[in-house]
Design a protein around this ligand. Sequence first.
Ligand SMILES: [Zn+2]
Ligand SMILES: [Zn+2]
Length: 245
Amino acid sequence: MKFVVDTHTHTVASGHAYSTVQEMAREAYVNDIEMFAITDHGPALKGAPYYYHFTNMRAIPDVLYGVRILKGVEANIIDYNGNLDMPKVCLKRLDFVIASFHDICIEPASIEEHTNAYLNLMKNPFVDAIGHPGTPEFEVDIEKVVSAAKKYGKFIEINNNSFTVRYGCEENCLNFALECKKQGVKIVCGSDAHISFDVGKFDEVYTLLERIDMPEELIMNTKASNFIEYINNKRKRIRMSDLIL
Ligand SMILES: [Zn+2]
Ligand SMILES: [Zn+2]
């Protein structure tokens, strides 16, 4: 298995990551990555940029060193109604929006509350993926979450960095992947790199997906064209809803 797209990376703008956009792109090229999403943390996380950082991402070239760059965010879930720390007008302009729980932005609660937050935020048309849902502090009803992802056309992320920094995530990540396989829900895989050298690093994810024999058609990262098609369709959908509103 070889992925050519990395959907989750952080630059120096996140406040606790260490490489510039240029360094990330250069290392992506070195690591045979054809496309990556810059998904710096949303404003609720201390040290992260204010939201207009994200509205100005058009300043970043679409292609650097031959590597295509998606402009995105890892937005923070800030309550158990599934609200995010980014206004919709800003999310709307981005190519790829991940929504994640971080315990420094929201106090962990019950399985029901965590699940409820995911179910509600999936109704947000600008959210593309649920970030590292295997996080042990934020246990959820996996079957319900995957079923909602299917209903609303969202991706479930399998995050390589979770295996290093989110102690005890293995079982949840495995169960999420198994449930996605069972329900036919597509996954996205992110390195969650906080330094350029980790862009395209998927060793733990490869092991997990090979172990469960995950069908390739459910894995978005094997072709850049998967994302080009997905994002074009999303933009079309957003333009249509603008016309209706
Ligand atoms: Zn981070
Ligand atoms: Zn995160």
